[in-house]
Structures are given as C-alpha cells and as structure tokens.
Design a protein around this ligand. Structure first.
Ligand code: FCB
Length: 449
C-alpha cells in the first residue's frame, strides 16, 4: 500500500467516478425502454466471454438511491453517468419518452441534493437497435438522429447537468464495433469502418450545437488515448507506429481541434461532405481523456491486412485484463496532447482511469484490493506531474464506482471501487474506496483552507 500522502491538487480540482448505462442499469424492459445494439449483441450466442447479458447488470435502475449513497460516502464532487438513448427514444426517433427521461431527472436531482455535479454522457455505445437496422453509424442520418436526441435530453436536463459529454470513446466504438467485431454491432469492416468515425464525429458536432441552444453548461467528448511506444528501430517500425498513432490518438482529435483528418486516415472521400469539418470543429470546452495503458507497435508481418502490429509491452505489472499498469503513460500522454495541440487544446479532464482485478471478499466479507490503491495512487501522481509541466488538467474520474458488466468480457472483469455480488446485488466498498475517500477528504480540506 502506498504510504506517502499524495501531493496537493488545485482547489477546484474535480474528483469523480464514472459509469455507463448498459453496464450498470439492467431493467432493460422497464418503463418502455427500447432495445439497443448491446441487447442484441449480448443475446447472440458466443459474443460474451461468460455468456451473460446486461439484462440485470447491477440493477442500478432500481437501486440508484443506494448507489448515490455510495457516491456521497466517497465524497466525490462529480459523477459521470450515461443516458441510455433507448430509454429516451425507444425507436431512436420521435418525441422524448417521458418515463425514460424521468429516471435521469430524478438521478440528477438526487446528485445535486448531495452536492455532486452531474456529468452526463449522451452516448456510451448503446445505439437504439432500429437505427442499427437502418445502417447504424455507417449511415449519415444517424448523426442527425443523435443531435435530435441530444436536444431532447438537454430540453429536460439542460438546466442542471454540470458538464455534457457527447460521445464516449468513438475510436473504440468504431474499431471494436465496426472494424473487428468484438463489440456491438459486431461488424468486421477493418479500414472500411471509416464512415463510423466520420458520422460519430459529425453527430458530435451537431449535438454540440443542439446542446448550446438549450444549456449554458460546458461540453466535452471523452476520447480513449494510448501513448504509442515504437518497438524496433527500423523505418518500417516508425512508419507503423505513426500509422497507429494517427488511428488511435489523432483520428478523433485532429478534426475536433480544427485540423481535419490526419493523412492516411480518411477513407472513402465521398463520406466527408463540404461543411462537415467545420461542424465537427465546433469549440469544445473540455477534452475528456480516458486512459488505461500505452500500446507497443512495430512493423506488420508480411501479408498482414493492417499497417502495424500491436505487441505486448514488457516490464510492467499487469491487471486482470492483462493491461500493463503504466502511470508513466498517462504523464506521457498528457504531455503529448499539450505539445501536439498547443493553444488549441482545451482544458482536460481524465474522464476514465481504472483497473480490473479478481477481487473476492475474504472470510469476513471484506474486499481488499491493494493493487487498485497502488494503481490510483500512481495515476494521480502522473496527473500531478502533468500539472507541474503546465498541462491544464481539471479533474480525475475513476472507472468505475461499481463492479459492472464489462462488454465482451461480461461479468469476468471487476473494475469497481465497490464490489458487487451479482447473485444478491449486495454492494461492498473495497479498501480502495476507503483509500480514495480519505484522499478526496484530505484534498477538499486543503482546498477549504
Ligand atoms: C472503456 C469504456 C468503459 C469500460 C472501460 C474498462 O473503454 O469506456 O465502458 O469498459 O473501458
């Protein structure tokens, strides 16, 4: 366990945790919710490691009061949740379904009653199934549908949501959902998935305009970033690393910050129409950074369909997901963003950071997770180091409050500060919860001085 106290953070630094709708809510048939691509995908045999679905997940839809109690006990100043599009528009179109919005309305009020800032993500991968049937994000119309949905949510919650996040990790959604098929909707288009990138970005830009018209709150997008480590010293290795960097880190950042698509990433030119890049580059108030690990890259083998090969990085401890624990990567990444985008980079918030371990209750029912404490300690120090370098980082959200349904991994990966027994739905704060509670309390005491 780390013993040295963490260095001081700025007085207004935001301390938060993140979740997403399909991973925690369950209640998929409640109150008129429509089906999403994840309902379809999870119910397709062979897609999910343990054959599970998000039908019940953490049953948060029915237990949100208890979960808000956990947030209050942790002392966070912000909570990042996502709104399930199929609760608001069960078919992906038409007027708002009021009962679906009621849930988020109550959630937001309960958070505010506990002095917790509501940070709402509009899209964390749960596209209404009827929109997938019409082409999903490969169809340009989905961008317009997304903006219409954003308008409905903002009309109801725009007076109280503190920070909007349009999309969660469009890179991961494009690459795993449309490129390799490990995520919903399960398409395997490889580089022909580019329209799913462009239409998500266009949807983001149109949604920014819709949100601005309804709400004075700042707007962000939450991108997944992974600093690229070049393995091997040949020109071919460096070219491969640059190609991966463009795809993972720049494809969803350059156009947002007014630079258009990086060379070699824009596919079919007919997809990008006149005026689209200006819509996408609508001013952003915050860049959300989701960071888990760096990526090792080298030149591809002969005959590979990809212009790079991804290689595991040696020399780091590993999580239960087999991801390297590399806080230095977060420091490096924040420096890279700062150097690469300069004055165009808006203030940054770390909108996800966390780790999976095989946490099990001991004989007394306690869950001891010293690895997670070490992980968070290291990553918070990395943020502090980036602040010292002059990067404007405004907050840190841990993924995740609860153990939850981890997409293609089902219930096999536990990311929570709070352990969930999926049989009984009983919640047990882990030792990392107590540690973070003390860290936040100390930081808030310091800033109150
Ligand atoms: C991110 C996702 C989040 C969760 C974590 C572990 O890519 O945004 O929903 O799955 O990874």
């Amino acid at each position: 366990m780390p013993t040295a106290p963490l260095p001081q953070f700025p007085a207004d630094f935001r301390w938060g945790v993140s979740t997403s709708a399909y991973q925690i809510e369950g209640a998929v048939g409640a109150d008129g919710r429509g089906a999403s691509i994840w309902d379809t995908f999870a119910h397709s045999p062979g897609r999910i490691a343990d054959g599970s679905t998000g039908d019940v997940a953490c049953d948060h839809y029915h237990r949100h009061r208890e979960d808000i109690g956990l947030l209050a006990g942790l002392g966070v100043t912000a909570y990042r949740f996502s709104v399930a599009w199929p609760r608001v528009q069960p078919t992906g179109a038409g007027p708002a379904h009021p009962t679906g919005l009621d849930f988020y309305d109550r959630l937001v009020d309960d958070l505010l009653a506990h002095e917790i800032d509501p940070v709402a993500t509009l899209y964390h991968w749960d596209l209404p199934q009827p929109l997938e049937d019409a082409g999903g994000w490969l169809a340009r119309d989905t961008a317009a549908r997304f903006a219409a949905y954003a308008d409905l949510v903002a009309a109801r919650l725009g007076d109280r949501v503190t920070l909007w996040i349009t999309l969660n990790e469009p890179f991961v959604h494009m690459s795993l959902g449309y490129g390799t098929g490990e995520h919903a909707p399960g398409r395997t288009l490889l580089f022909d998935a580019f329209p799913a990138a462009h239409h998500q970005l266009l949807g983001h830009g149109l949604a920014v305009a819709a949100l601005r018209a309804r709400s004075g709150s700042p707007i962000a997008i939450a991108n997944n970033y992974s600093p690229v480590r070049t393995l091997g010293g040949t020109d071919a290795d460096r070219t491969a690393a640059a190609a991966y960097e463009a795809l993972h880190n720049r494809l969803f950042t350059d156009p947002l910050l007014g630079r258009g698509y990086p060379d070699g990433t824009a596919g079919d030119p007919s997809v990008v129409r006149d005026g689209d890049l200006a819509v996408i580059a609508a001013p952003l108030d915050v860049l959300g950074v989701n960071y888990y690990n760096p990526t090792g890259v080298r030149a591809p083998q002969e005959g590979s369909p990809l212009p790079f090969e991804l290689v595991p990085l040696d020399g780091y401890p590993r999580t239960a997901f087999d991801w390297p624990v590399a806080p230095d990567g977060l420091h490096e990444l924040l420096g890279w963003l700062h150097r690469t985008y300069g004055a165009a980079l808006p203030p940054v918030e770390i909108t996800e950071s966390g780790c999976a371990y095989d946490d099990v209750p001991d004989a007394d029912g306690r869950v001891h997770d010293p690895e997670r404490v070490a992980y968070l300690d290291g990553h918070l120090r990395a943020v502090r180091a980036a602040l010292d370098d002059g990067v404007d980082v405004r907050g840190y959200f841990v993924w995740s409050l609860l153990d939850n349904w981890e997409w293609a991994e089902g219930f096999t990966k536990r990311f929570g500060l709070v352990h969930v027994d999926y049989r009984t739905q009983s919640r047990t704060p882990k030792s990392s919860y107590a540690w973070l509670r003390d860290v936040i309390a100390a930081a808030r005491r310091q800033s109150a001085r």
